[in-house]
Design a protein around this ligand. Structure first.
Ligand code: NAP
Length: 295
């Protein structure tokens, strides 16, 4: 049998994403010799063990990473600075540290200072997820056919980057490389802003007078229902994402509010051509997504 990509792979944070990596590696086989699972939440660690997601279960991150050739951080991005400080001194030379965090400049800012020379730091972000969280939420096929974006620092070891690409490809994902700055701007518009809008619209509906609020729930049409699905996502994870991608998110929000104002103005002045043009543009975007199998 071929050598596994990694002899000892540690997953820190065994929720939706960490649990999906563990399940995917088990189901597809071959990429990891031993899977070590670590989580700050004792109940989640115990549940991961019940589900048989790994080979070892260790609560202390410093102990978990000893002897590892790859460590993937799958906790909320707000926990990364503390985790970097805890594990940095215990990573062996030649080990690869990677992550799945949804923001990339903040992850590099928070982790890089804690890493000893000889450790390869290859940040990554899989573009896949659901509104569920915790170890039961993971899916073996979550990443199949989806993109995983890598943001290796300048001068990163090419072999280490290729091993992380191979890991994601073993999970069924397609990989692409970009700078962390570019990643944060692209993801601000395709993911972070839509979540901000979804959380806001649910709040607006909830602020309505009592009898209207009841009707919002009773007669929820598909538009509102779709927003509530997005808005059901984990509060800690999203709090951390918003705070750690502040600049790009606020820039995209500014552009969005200007465009929304233009649409509202078109509605006020019965500018049917503008309204139709905007809707047609949106339909083309949806069709393109379907054509490239990302819908
Ligand atoms: P999740 O289901 O909530 O899992 C995160 C796990 O990490 C939980 O068990 C959590 O425990 C644990 N944890 C929190 N702080 C920790 C620490 N300091 N050390 C060790 N474990 C810790 O979240 P997720 O959806 O998998 O997201 C994990 C990461 O993936 C985030 O960085 C997120 O930005 C990224 N991501 C998420 C998605 C998505 O759609 N969900 C997609 C792509 C990337 P508690 O629950 O007790 O806090």
């Amino acid at each position: 049998m071929a050598e596994p990509l990694f002899q000892r792979l540690v997953i820190i944070g065994i929720g939706l994403i960490g649990g999906s990596i563990a399940r995917g590696l088990r189901a597809r086989g071959g990429a990891a010799g031993r899977i070590v699972i670590c989580d700050a939440n004792a109940a989640h660690l115990a549940r991961a063990q019940e589900l048989g997601l790994g080979d070892e279960y260790i609560a202390d991150p410093a102990q978990a990473v000893r002897g590892a050739d790859a460590v993937i951080l799958c906790a909320p991005v707000g926990a990364f600075a503390g985790l970097g400080q805890a594990i940095g001194p215990h990573l062996k030379p030649g080990a690869i540290l990677s992550d799945v965090g949804s923001t990339k400049q903040s992850v590099i800012r928070d982790l890089a200072p804690h890493l000893p020379a000889g450790v390869h730091f290859i940040p990554a972000h899989p573009l896949a997820g659901t509104e569920f969280s915790g170890p039961d939420a993971g899916l073996a096929d979550l990443f199949a056919g989806r993109w995983c974006l890598l943001t290796p620092p300048n001068g990163a070891d090419e072999a280490a980057v290729e091993r992380i690409e191979a890991l994601w490809q073993a999970l069924g994902a397609r990989t692409a490389r970009m700078t962390p700055e570019h990643h944060d701007r692209v993801i601000a518009i395709v993911s972070h802003l839509p979540h901000l809008i979804a959380f806001t619209i649910c709040g607006t509906a909830d602020d309505l007078a009592d009898e209207t609020r009841a009707e919002v729930l009773q007669f929820a049409a598909s538009g509102f229902r779709d927003f509530t699905r997005i808005a059901a996502s984990d509060p800690v994870m999203w709090r951390d994402i918003f705070i750690n991608n502040k600049e790009a998110l606020l820039e995209m929000f500014q552009r969005f509010s200007e465009d929304a104002q233009s649409m509202a103005r078109a509605v006020r002045w019965n500018d049917t051509a503008y309204i139709e043009d905007r809707i047609n543009r949106s339909r083309r975007i949806r069709k393109n997504l379907i054509d490239i199998k990302q819908a």
